[in-house]
Design a protein around this ligand. Structure first.
Ligand code: SAM
Length: 345
């Protein structure tokens, strides 16, 4: 059976790409995502089982979603994650199954994830300096993260991406060492602009190193930087190459957002569906699921929301005068669904 034609929203954007946050918990406390001491966690009873997640994925797949990325929180903290991977990998409609992780648990889990059918990995690493890593994440775990990167390769993962959030005065002097590291380990580095998302309660425009500045610094060091236009359609990263062929990406969600081509949405571990990273509210899919809704009813609910979607959250943020953090700690504690680690990065 061929895939149905993608359903378009009000701005003509298809529904193709689903980020599945499998847990709101994380084993790091990065200052740009989880800087606080205490968090309001999702109630355990609300977390969807693997079977429930798979039923929702089927509903999305029936409407044209063919890419699924497992994320969180830290997705490898979800118990028995390879079982979910296997469930999803078995679905022919899901042609691209990927996972974003901080890598700490890859030494234990990479072989099982590979065997279960996980296609691709993105690993987040912002610094190669142990003291900085400890300061940024409040955990002394750089060595573990590096072991995770090696374990991914040993388990057979190829084309792994490395995400680096660039922050002025913290790690913006590591653009070149990170490129060297990525080249050495056959990873494709993606420089990510620091975003004013929920969770980033310490965000300030002064800390953002823009795409333009990143490219200018790379050009000053390596000579010409060429853009590779092909993948720009909907992928968040813009791809570039250096004169020596080194490939890298830039995710410029803060200064050059890609809302016009955004085909992604996010499902939280408790079944709330968000059609924009900045959306104040989501759609509850857990309630109908647990009330016994069948595939048709779930598809109808999703279709109704996506058909009316007009979100352009990052572009609207760009237009704000006096732009500052999205939400305060108090607001986030009252509504944890606003958090990036709940919504899924
Ligand atoms: N724990 C996993 C990880 O570390 O990759 C997955 C979840 S994490 C929220 C997903 C991605 O979001 C990471 O690459 C992280 O660096 C990024 N991220 C979180 N907060 C961010 C922010 N304020 N600005 C830019 N990227 C951010």
């Amino acid at each position: 059976m061929s895939a149905p034609p993608p359903l378009a929203d009000r701005l003509g954007r298809p529904l193709r790409n689903l980020r599945l946050s499998v847990t709101d918990r994380c084993n790091l406390r990065c200052s740009y995502c989880m800087p606080e001491v205490d968090y309001t966690w999702l109630p355990r009873a609300d977390l969807l089982s693997f079977e429930e997640l798979a039923r929702l994925v089927d509903a999305f797949a029936g409407l044209g979603v063919h890419k699924v990325r497992l994320t969180g929180g830290e997705p490898l903290l979800r118990r028995d994650l390879p079982v979910l991977v296997e469930l999803l990998a078995r679905r022919p409609a899901i042609r691209d199954l990927a996972l974003t992780t901080n890598g700490l648990l890859l030494p234990e889990l990479a072989p099982a994830l590979r065997a279960a059918g996980l296609g691709r990995l993105t690993i987040s690493l912002d610094t190669l300096d142990r003291e900085r890593f400890r300061h940024l994440t409040r955990r002394d775990d750089l060595e573990r993260a590096l072991r995770g990167i090696r374990a991914a390769r040993e388990a057979g993962f190829r084309g792994t991406k490395l995400n680096m959030v660039v922050m002025r005065g913290f790690n913006d002097d590591e653009l070149f060492p990170m490129l060297d590291f990525a080249r050495e380990h056959e990873l494709e580095l993606r420089f990510i602009e620091y975003m004013d998302v929920g969770g980033a309660t310490r965000w300030s425009p002064a800390d953002v190193v823009s795409r333009a500045e990143i490219l200018a610094r790379l050009e000053a060091r390596y000579g010409s930087v060429s853009g590779i236009p092909a993948r720009r359609h909907s992928a968040p990263a813009e791809d570039f190459t250096l004169a020596d062929g080194t490939r890298f990406g830039v995710i410029a969600s803060t200064t050059a957002p890609f809302c016009a081509a955004c085909d992604r949405s996010r499902l939280t571990a408790d079944g709330q569906w968000f059609t924009c990273l900045y959306a104040p509210r989501g759609t509850d899919l857990r309630a109908p699921l647990r009330a016994g809704a069948g595939p048709e009813e779930l598809r109808a609910r999703i279709l109704g929301v996506w058909g009316e979607r007009r979100d352009r959250g990052a572009e609207e943020r760009l237009g704000l005068a006096g732009r500052e953090r999205l939400a305060s700690q108090e607001v986030l504690q009252a509504d944890p669904h606003l958090e990036m680690h709940t919504r899924g990065g």
